[in-house]
Design a protein around this ligand. Structure first.
Ligand code: SAM
Ligand code: DTB
Ligand code: SF4
Length: 331
């Protein structure tokens, strides 16, 4: 049984990432089987509750106000609209509902109160509620926790060294501080990144190093392939090769064996066979629904077919909590 380690070195991670492809997949699949049911994949749904007009300059993002993209900007959605979408997501088999807002950070205003209400509402459906709203203070994280938030997504996106090539309006420490605030509030941490931003192998290794040496690994690690969007500085980036995606997933799986590794953005350009390889290499979660936040995602029926072909069953909600002893849950 592979142990949980928080003392990985960059050299070790690089060696894993660069190991012969089939050895890498075999090792990752072994770690996966030791820690998870390999027939089970978590199905999550995303909803952009506030779209576009973001003051940040993330070079990949269609929602940054400064780039001219086709994104349909809208202010914060109403509670009822969000609840309707959450119910639909649940009916189509999702167990986690993630609400995203194109904010640099959360502000203590009416919109935040509205989001807290949405969190309460979705939680009452019995779904795992996740939010991704930008930077958070400790107090704001506590308020979200009280409202019933299960997880918070805040990606590192790339290595600390490459970060300023991609985003200049905030720094890596800002990201790490928010993750710490989420952890302190006892909210499950979802943090990963994007490949295909023009980064090198050392940047991919660096990002996994930062995640896997946190005192507690994130419970969820999304691996996104860049979805290049017209109008953003990264619109002409080359398509991410499946080999790189699999290497990244496998390396995350080996270094953080208990985490849910999420095959996130980019599935729309992958074949069933390629996605199957990602599951083999340790991915055990996807976003379902024909839209991610603003870009296309595979059709629900296509995902149903894929699950049938691979005999995959969707994971129940709150499984981590249910597996804990009553004493651990009470803590
Ligand atoms: N504004 C908040 C933030 O940046 O944390 C939350 C929303 S933001 C859109 C959530 C994540 O989506 C980003 O951290 C990034 O990893 C991912 N993302 C955004 N645009 C993407 C793209 N074009 N391709 C792949 N991933 C993308
Ligand atoms: C994550 O890592 N990927 C999701 C979720 N967390 C919020 C977002 C992907 C967004 C892709 C671009 C878009 O649809 O706007
Ligand atoms: Fe804004 Fe988030 Fe997009 Fe960056 S990734 S521009 S912070 S919405």
């Amino acid at each position: 049984m592979s142990e949980i380690r928080n003392d990985w070195t960059r050299e070790e991670i690089k060696e894993i990432y660069e190991s012969p492809f089939l050895d890498l997949v075999y090792r990752a699949a072994t770690a996966h089987r030791e820690n998870h049911d390999p027939q089970e994949v978590q199905v999550c749904t995303l909803l952009s509750v506030k779209t576009g007009g973001c003051p940040e300059d993330c070079a990949y993002c269609p929602q940054a106000a400064r780039y001219h993209t086709d994104v349909k900007v809208h202010k914060l959605l109403d509670h009822d609209v969000v609840m309707e979408k959450a119910v639909k997501a649940q009916e189509s088999g999702s167990t986690r509902f993630c609400m995203g807002a194109a904010w640099r950070e959360v502000r203590d205003n009416k919109d935040f109160d509205k989001v807290l209400d949405m969190v309460k509402g979705v939680n009452s459906l019995g779904m795992e509620v996740c939010c991704t709203l930008g930077m958070l203070s400790e107090e704001q994280a506590n308020k979200l926790k009280e409202a019933g938030l299960y997880a918070y997504n805040h990606n590192l996106d790339t290595s600390e060294e490459h970060y300023e090539e991609i985003i200049t309006t905030r720094n890596y420490d800002d990201r790490l501080d928010t993750i710490k605030n989420v952890r302190k509030a006892d909210i499950s941490v979802c943090s990963g990144g994007i490949i295909g931003l023009g980064e090198g192998i050392n940047d991919r290794v660096g990002m996994i190093h930062t995640l896997s040496t946190m005192p507690q690994h994130p419970e969820s690690v999304p691996v996104n392939a860049l979805v290049p969007v017209e109008g953003t500085p990264l619109e002409d980036q080359e398509k991410v090769q499946i080999w790189d995606m699999v290497r990244m997933i496998a390396t995350a799986r080996i270094t953080m064996p208990k985490a849910m590794v999420r095959l996130s953005a980019g599935r729309v350009r992958m074949t069933y066979e390629e996605q199957a390889l990602c599951f083999m290499a340790g991915a055990n979660s996807i976003f379902a629904g024909d839209e991610l936040l603003t870009t296309p995602n595979p059709e629900v029926d296509a995902d149903k077919e894929l699950f049938q072909l691979l005999n995959i069953k969707p994971r129940a909600s709150f499984k981590d909590q249910k597996q804990k002893t009553p004493e651990a849950v009470a803590q």
